[in-house]
Design a protein around this ligand. Structure first.
Ligand code: LIP
Length: 268
């Protein structure tokens, strides 16, 4: 079984970086060239998939199969390939598809790679903003190849908090209840529209906290590694291990206070 922290993780980092860049370019150039996007919906009428979600994933998968044919691959748009190498890829070709369709810039191509089930590389490319976030386990996180780190905020009442909402209306109503109860106890709320991008915002200190429920593994895989390598504390809403269904990332000094706040308002 390969181990991380070796030249293998360096190879995976370079591959994830290249493919996130190439797939992001495919999506961005397609968006610019296409006035009226075509596509369909998935879990609900608002859960959109476009031709460029599919084209970006197809490019990533074709390259992974060419360069590393024995790796496992799971992608949001349907790729589900078993592997024998111990390396597994989690792909969200366009995270923040609603923003992409509405021509809002906060969307990203997110690619994560794990070895033996442990995430070791993450790349999140936000091409409409010209920002590429990359992390390799144990080697920090970078934006456009410059080191990044979480904010130094220590006062929860001054924390800028990001969140998001599910595609199901009933879940969204409950999530909005939580936001309504916490908004008076933090600086403000931001709903940027892409979990991968939100996690990178915590990583670089533009958000102090990000929390969300009902994500998929591909939404969060790369971004959680980038946030963690940038110094964020990752957990679920109770302070236990984070997971896509209940994810919290925070600059360390306000993490425990935010967990207490979520408990106070019965968010979990
Ligand atoms: C999106 C997430 C976002 C969430 C949206 C949606 P998608 O993923 O990144 O955080 O609030 O509802 O799930 O569907 O654009 O890949």
């Amino acid at each position: 079984m390969p181990t991380h922290g070796t030249s293998l993780t360096g190879e995976l980092r370079e591959l994830a970086t290249r493919l996130a860049t190439e797939a992001g370019t495919i999506a961005l150039e397609g968006r610019i060239a296409t006035r009226r996007l075509t596509g369909g919906t998935k879990s609900s009428r608002t859960d959109i998939v476009t031709e460029f979600d599919r084209a970006a994933e197809a490019h990533i998968v074709a390259e992974l199969r060419r360069v590393r044919p024995d790796d496992a691959i799971v992608g949001e748009e349907g790729t589900d390939q078993a592997g024998t190498s111990g390396v597994a890829w989690l792909i969200d070709p366009i995270d923040g598809t609603t923003n992409f369709v509405y021509d809002l810039p906060a969307w990203a191509c997110s690619i994560g790679a794990s070895i033996g089930g442990e995430m070791v590389v993450g790349a999140v490319n936000a091409p409409a903003l010209g920002e590429l976030y990359v992390a390799e386990r144990g080697r920090g996180a970078r934006r456009n190849d410059e080191p990044i780190g979480v904010s130094g905020e220590r006062d929860l009442s001054l924390a800028l908090v990001g969140t998001g909402f599910a595609y199901g209306a009933a879940a969204r109503v409950d999530q909005a209840r939580v936001v309504a109860e916490l908004i008076g106890r933090v600086r403000d709320i931001r709903r940027l529209g892409s979990a991968a991008f939100d996690l990178c915002m915590v990583a670089c200190g533009r958000l102090d906290v990000y929390f969300e429920r009902h994500l998929n593994a591909w939404d969060a895989a790369a971004g959680t590694l980038i946030a963690s390598e940038a110094g964020a504390t990752l957990s679920d809403f109770t302070g236990g291990p984070g997971r896509p269904d209940e994810l919290l990332a925070a600059t360390p000094a306000v993490h425990a206070a935010f967990v207490r706040l979520l408990d106070d308002i019965n968010a979990a």
